[in-house]
Design a protein around this ligand. Structure first.
Ligand code: PGA
Length: 252
């Protein structure tokens, strides 16, 4: 199981210094992967605060190139240099705000893997796409691009996050059954792509996960953890979500 907190454009030095040591102490002996993803300026400090603990640090984006004339951008090698092990790629907010296409997402996945980072790649349908019965068509197309890019040999470093766009930051959560249905289909898609990879791949659910609904979601057989936005800004809430995931520690 893996629980990742996406702080989005929230936080401060004081929050990093305040939150990460508390989380590290709370989650000292948890049997799951915990990742916090603060904004770029705080990654170095977050890595320092998390050193030697069960908490790992991830970024929220990276540039496809390793270095070069790309003003304002950050490369995978830089993220590794400041202690990141993970990076979120293709979040729907970046797809919407920054016009990130599947082609860009794929380049970023490749860059992350080349830099030795584990990508958490977000896929998910809009409300219109769900209402039009196109959920899996959309999610499968987004995932297919990523699978082709990673190739069977690099799949073990990759995590998929199913994040229905209509559930992000809205307080609406996919029901455990709705999420399970998509997760199972994703797993079958991965298995069809590379035999044996489907059962090994971790598929997170994201979209208004809170302590109150986490256990029901994580009880689903094909949900391997969560990508948590708003609730990750509250240390007690995030720790409770992590403990709900730990109840599933028999899983990968
Ligand atoms: P949310 O965000 O938990 O605030 O809905 C999830 C995400 O965007 O990853």
């Amino acid at each position: 199981m893996l629980v990742a907190g996406n702080w989005k454009m929230h936080g401060s030095q004081a929050m990093v210094r305040g939150v990460i040591p508390v989380l590290a102490a709370e989650l000292r002996s948890v049997e799951l992967d915990v990742v916090v993803c603060p904004p770029f300026p705080y990654l170095s400090m977050a890595s320092e605060c998390a050193r030697g603990s069960a908490v790992a640090v991830g970024a929220q984006d990276l540039h496809p190139a390793a270095s070069g004339a790309h003003t304002g951008e950050v490369s995978g090698q830089m993220l590794r240099d400041v202690g990141c092990e993970w990076v979120i790629i293709g979040h729907s907010e970046r797809r919407a705000d920054n016009g990130e296409t599947d082609a860009i997402v794929v380049c970023k996945v490749n860059a992350a893997l080349e830099a030795g980072l584990s990508p958490i790649v977000c896929v998910g349908e809009t409300r219109e796409e769900r209402e039009g019965g196109r959920t899996f068509e959309v999610v499968a197309a987004q995932s297919a691009a990523v699978l082709e890019c990673a190739g069977p040999g690099r799949l073990r470093s990759l995590v998929l996050a199913y994040e229905p766009v209509w559930a992000i930051g809205t307080g609406l959560t996919a029901s455990p059954e709705q999420a399970q249905d998509v997760h199972l289909r994703l797993r079958r898609q991965v298995e069809a792509f590379a035999s044996g990879a489907g059962s090994a791949l971790r598929v997170l659910y994201g979209g208004s996960v809170k302590a109150a609904n986490a256990a029901a979601l994580f009880a689903m057989p094909d949900i391997d953890g969560g990508l948590i936005g708003g609730a990750s800004l509250d240390t007690g809430e995030f720790a409770a979500i992590c403990r709900a995931a730990e109840g599933r520690s028999w899983n990968k």
